[in-house]
Design a protein around this ligand. Structure first.
Ligand SMILES: Cc1ncc(COP(=O)(O)O)c(C=O)c1O
Length: 481
């Protein structure tokens, strides 16, 4: 058991230890990963660190005490609103990141519905099947049932299905611009019409695309309208710490007017500490994250974002073309920007086994399920690694085709099993067991340094039980047919 040292350790030694801990971490500086980090290089990073450091101790919990932070937050909200074609009625707050930006609208619209209808009911929100998992979390946290609408054959939400799912308990419609798994923008103009017809709010989760799609459009590409230009859209979330290239801990949540935002505020007047008013979910709000976000927007500027977007989109096109040129592989749907998934059309080319082979070559690979695929989130730095990724992918495809048994080994078996095992409750309880080990008092192991380790830890829990269930299920199916 680790304890706080009795006597403080020299700064240099402490910092050396911290550096050491990271040795096995995912290598984002060499662009070997396709998620988690939006990196523009060391020069930009050290600039952000300086900006962050200037407001390291300041706390946006009290905007009167730190007017500087309130000023920056207001300017960030205005700059984001302008980018997303909001008018002067649009208002908003900064949050700690995408998840908070997705959690908050659920509370806001629940409070609004309850204020407007003033009657007991079981609130529901309708979301695309492809929605980010933070909406599921919001459902669990705030008791708003999440009703999932199916996707069409291009992985966009089926608007007619959304309309059919609306009932008297519906308080909110949600769409993505774009969704994380397939990088596809939902048909937001049509959803806006549905929302207006049924007098429902429509939130657009543009955490991923809010700071990229506007520039993709400015470069002359066709982008499904998704912002405040679309009638019916009442709020939009956009993450600064993704394609805004800010420091982690920064996102923006905008509402069409104060009619909506007012329901997000938390005000308490009876606490022993007196009146307490808070605009978003956190109490203490790190000033550094706000300062770094302000710094990123101002230092990069519209032209800088355009240049970055050009590089990202060229890189994405090269990658997608290269992947489609490999026999058996196909891009899923028509991705709208720089995030996409690819799958296998060839039963002898197991996509998860392909993922394992890429990992053996030092790539950190993200998988998706339903359908099974591998995932890429492209940043400007990936421009330098497209050729080596494609070379490794071609080699990996040859190896997997020659040895189809790889599909039932290693992480491929685990991911295949997790996606297909029929008893979902059992899978969930095994994953919960793994979490209890990771966060339990008995945990002596270092936290997983990468998804690879995370996956092998998962395999330990899931593979034995999953294989048993799958065999039983298959034998049962064979008996029936
Ligand atoms: C569409 C979308 N919404 C929300 C989130 C959650 O963001 P965060 O990881 O910053 O909490 C993500 C993360 O990738 C996302 O892609």
């Amino acid at each position: 058991m680790k304890t706080i040292p009795a006597h403080g350790i020299e700064h240099a030694k402490v910092l050396a230890s911290l550096k050491d801990f990271g040795i096995e971490d995912a290598n984002y500086r060499d662009s070997r990963i396709w998620s988690l980090v939006y990196y523009l290089g060391e020069e930009h990073t050290s600039f952000l660190k300086k900006a962050y450091g200037l407001y390291f101790s300041e706390n946006a919990l009290n905007p009167m005490a730190f007017k500087s932070l309130k000023r920056m937050e207001t300017e960030i909200v205005q700059m984001t609103s302008e980018l997303l074609h909001g008018d002067d009625q649009v208002v908003g707050t900064m949050t700690s990141g995408g998840t908070e930006t997705c959690l908050l609208p659920v509370v806001t619209y629940r409070e609004r519905a309850s204020a407007m209808r003033n009657l007991p009911f079981k609130p529901e929100m309708i979301v695309p099947r492809s929605i980010h998992v933070s909406w599921d979390k919001a459902s669990k946290y705030f008791g708003v049932k999440m009703v999932q609408a199916p996707l069409d054959d291009k992985y966009r939400v089926d608007v007619a299905a959304v309309e059919r799912l609306i009932n008297r308990n519906t308080i909110l419609l949600v769409a993505s611009a774009p969704c994380y798994p397939f990088g596809v923008v939902d048909p937001i103009p049509a959803l806006g019409e549905v929302a207006l017809r049924h007098k429902l709010p429509l939130h657009v989760d543009s955490c991923l695309g809010g700071f990229l799609l506007p520039f993709v459009e400015r470069l002359g590409n066709s982008v499904t309208p998704f912002d405040f230009r679309v009638p019916g859209v009442t709020s939009i979330g956009a993450d600064l710490h993704k394609y805004g290239f800010s420091a982690k801990g920064a996102s923006v949540l905008l509402y069409r007017s104060m009619d909506y935002l007012q329901h997000q505020f938390f005000v308490s007047i009876d606490s022993p500490t007196g009146v307490f008013a808070s605009p978003a979910m956190l109490g203490t709000r790190p000033g550094g994250a706000i300062a770094a976000a302000w710094a990123a927007l101002n230092a990069i500027g519209l032209n800088g974002y355009l240049d970055i977007t050009r590089t990202i989109m060229d890189t994405t096109t090269r990658l997608m073309k290269g992947i489609e040129a490999i026999e058996g592989l196909t891009i899923l749907g028509c991705p709208s920007m720089s995030v996409f998934a690819y799958a296998s059309r060839d039963k002898n080319l197991d996509i998860y086994a392909l993922g394992d082979q890429l990992e053996e070559r030092g790539w950190l690979v993200d998988r998706i399920q339903h359908p099974a695929g591998l995932h890429c989130m492209v940043t400007p730095r990936h421009a330098d690694v497209v050729d080596s990724y494609l070379k490794d992918l071609r080699e990996a495809a040859d190896i997997v085709r020659r040895d189809p048994g790889l599909a039932s080994k290693g992480n491929a078996a685990m991911y295949g099993m997790v996606a297909n095992v029929p008893m979902r409750g059992l899978v969930k309880s095994q994953v919960t067991k793994m979490m209890m080990e990771l966060y339990g008092s008995e945990c002596r192991m270092p936290a997983p340094a990468s998804d690879v380790q995370h996956a092998s830890r998962l395999s330990r829990y899931l593979l034995p039980i999953g294989m048993k269930i799958l065999n039983w299920w298959n034998s049962r199916k064979n008996r029936v047919t």
